[in-house]
Design a protein around this ligand. Structure first.
Ligand code: SAM
Length: 280
């Protein structure tokens, strides 16, 4: 298959601009992205290339005051799935019980829970400490028949595992449109039918009722800001698992949780990242 290699130069050349550009280009048919010093290299099948689509994607670029220029060459023939696999993610086994891999990985180790994820630009392959800490919590919990909310779902990897472990019904929410689309794709790939996906933040929780289990792997400041709204979706006995912050942030997270009437149960840690469990 013939590919074109585009070199995009971004100004300012920040992680956010390059992430958004990759998401926008993904919409326009690009398949593979590699960050460079001045922007992004991106690859598209020659047959999918349409100059007008790319020009209008750049014209409507959602980050204001950004300049983007590009040129392209014909790329050598390559197996881009293999490239992507090499560059981005390898199968991972967590807790000896849960394997996470993509559709094109071969020789995947057998495990009790087998999760297929095509993460594209969404966060959540299991390689990050915070994801794997929450996976550990889910593997240790009895989730059978429990309603579950996955806030900041990314790829929905956590909601998918929870559903496989019997949680039902499940709701996965992410502020990012790209994550919502990727979640829907991943949920289908795993033949799961009891996870609803919504785009939004904590304000989307109004009127949703309560959940037996809430997971939120986001970051310290968002958790501190939104915890009151998570608590409003809990009933006595509900559990709240949070991650996305460092060990030194536990006291401030715990203070806010206790101010909301939650009881600290434990924390787990990996490379200074923390996950905490509270109950109402
Ligand atoms: C650290 S990633 C976690 C992804 C996945 N749950 C995991 O554990 O691998 C955090 C996710 O939260 C989303 N996010 C950021 N702010 C948010 C907010 N206020 N409400 C909901 N989601 C948010 C981001 O788009 C991102 O997908």
């Amino acid at each position: 298959m013939k590919y074109l290699e585009f070199t995009f130069t971004t100004d300012p050349c920040t992680e956010t601009v390059n992430d958004v550009l990759a998401a926008v280009l993904g919409e326009a048919g690009f398949e593979s992205f590699v960050e460079s010093e001045s922007g992004l290299k991106a690859y598209i099948q020659q047959s999918l290339y349409d100059e007008k689509t790319i020009e209008s994607a750049i014209m409507d670029f959602p980050v204001p005051d950004t300049k983007i220029s590009y040129d392209f060459i014909e790329a050598e023939d390559k197996d881009w799935n293999e490239e992507w696999e090499k560059n981005f993610f390898q199968p991972i086994v967590i807790g000896d019980r849960c394997v996470i891999h993509s559709t094109f990985h071969k020789d995947v180790p057998a495990a009790e829970y087998d999760i297929v994820i095509n993460p594209q630009m969404a966060f959540g392959t299991g390689h990050h400490e915070t994801t794997s800490l929450i996976i550990g919590e889910l593997l240790d919990s009895d989730l059978k028949g429990k309603s579950l909310l996955d806030m900041g779902c990314g790829t929905s990897i956590l909601a998918i595992l929870a559903s496989m472990r019997g949680a039902s019904p499940c709701l996965a929410i992410d502020i990012d449109e790209w994550c919502v689309r990727n979640s829907i794709e991943n949920i289908e790939l795993n033949n799961i039918s009891n996870i609803n996906v919504e785009q939004g933040d904590a304000s989307a929780l109004a009127g949703k009722g309560s959940f037996d289990v809430i997971i939120a792997n986001i970051n310290r400041n968002i958790l501190l800001n939104d915890m009151r709204q998570y608590k409003a979706c809990m009933h006595p006995g509900s559990e709240l698992y949070m991650s996305g912050f460092y060990l030194e942030d536990i006291p401030v997270i715990r203070e806010e949780a206790e101010r909301n009437g939650l009881t600290f149960i434990h924390h787990h840690e990996k490379n200074r990242w923390a996950a905490v469990k509270f109950v109402f």
